[in-house]
Design a protein around this ligand. Structure first.
Ligand code: GDP
Length: 171
């Protein structure tokens, strides 16, 4: 195992996918904030799960910040990609972002576990995780272990399942 070494997890996804809400749900209850603010580039959050220390970078979906978050790819041990399962139109944009991520020189060919949260599973017309997986063409990923989980960041449902998978990959 890695012992006490810090594991860096990047949390990526389009704006409004639920990253800030998800990160808040991952915090210890006493560290939670009452109101999450829209994602700010370079905002760093920390949490622990499954005996692993996670350091999460909360990145913005704004293209002007791309260089800022791509700089962190190199030292990422894992990636959490958050998708709004009810935003059918922007699933195409999410897929394009994921393709850019996977093709990046600091990501391609690296065995970085990739956890996808099919978030907002509680929303009306939310797609099932398998449908989100198909829309994102996840079956094409061969250089990384990946896992998709339905989640509701508001209630916390599904988050522990995903994080448990991630922690197991990083052990
Ligand atoms: P970010 O821009 O990716 O950080 O997204 P936020 O965490 O700010 O969430 C965007 C909006 O979606 C907010 O109004 C959240 O309350 C809402 N939201 C986040 N997660 C969920 C979820 O699982 N279900 C529902 N119904 N709404 C959610």
């Amino acid at each position: 195992g890695r012992g006490k070494a810090e594991v860096t997890v990047l949390v990526l996804g389009l704006d409004n996918s639920g990253k800030s809400t998800l990160l808040n749900a991952l915090r210890a209850p006493e560290q939670r904030v009452a109101h999450t603010t829209p994602t700010v580039a370079q905002q760093q959050e920390h949490f622990q799960s499954g005996g692993v220390s996670f350091s999460a970078w909360d990145v913005s979906g704004a293209p002007r910040h791309r260089a800022l978050w791509e700089r962190h790819y190199r030292r990422a041990h894992a990636v959490i990609f958050v998708v709004d399962s009810a935003d059918h139109l922007r699933l195409v944009v999410a897929r394009e972002e994921m393709e850019l991520l996977l093709a990046h020189p600091d990501m391609f060919g690296r065995r970085v576990p990739l956890l996808i949260f099919a978030n907002k599973s509680d929303a009306a017309h939310a797609l099932a995780p398998m449908q989100v997986a198909a829309a994102l063409c996840l079956e094409r990923i061969t250089d990384k272990p990946w896992h998709i989980c339905a989640s509701c960041a508001l209630s916390g449902a599904g988050i522990a399942d995903g994080v448990t998978w991630l922690a197991r990959q990083l052990r």
